[in-house]
Unconditional design. Sequence first.
Length: 277
Amino acid sequence: MSLREDLVRRTVNNARESKRNLAWQLILPKTRVSTVLKELRGSPTGGHFDVMKALQKVFERFYWNNVLSDVEKCCRTFDPCAARKGPRKRTRGRLQLSNVGAPFERIAFDILGPLPKSSDDNNILRRLMYYFTKCPEAYPISDQKASTVAEFARDCEIFTIDKIRTTALHPQSDGMIERFNWTILNSLSLLVSSNQQDWDKKLPFFLLAYRSAVHETTDYSPSQMLFGCDFRLPADLLFIRPPDAPLAPEEYVGNPMHGWRKYIIWLGKESAWLQRR
């Protein structure tokens, strides 16, 4: 524990040596807890995610007494989230897992709609997600014409992409992207205005929140899996954080990122086991 820039901070080491250490944590006074929780969970970049994702975002930045109970209370008592999500019975079935070992090796692609027509005449949402990094992309479009589908098929042919369709009327065969459908619709419903015509404007905020939240399969956020580092969120600007030492381009390229590349290799070998958890 140390005093830096008139703020009390501490460092916490992760018990798992193969994964990165948690860097500086700011010891947060109780008077600022509600502000931080509102920013990390209830803001447009917070995503209104569950307890574990919200708690991980807090631990990467702050610490205070009874942090777990405060985060749980925030997630449980936030009225719009409780009304939207409600209790859900979780069932598990036997699935064939997709074992991938590198970023960009395999992606899932899907189209969601029709949605309420936005002020820009968008009512269809194209989504894709990378199997390995769990990093999503989403693009609002105004139609799903045959010409659009044909253009996509031509692009796959040009780049020799092996495209496989899921079984008709059985979207569960691609559970990763289907589970993402529920997440994106739930989060957007808490961000849009009453007329729902600005959902495409709120989409970037949701994507930022999702990419910066820890994924339960990998124990890392999609941004960490894809870029090897965390995104800087608005909550990080509430307090001054110790700057990292600047690196020259050649130092940055050669930097092993504290064993990150070794972990990527390990995760590629163990991804099937991680998905079974």
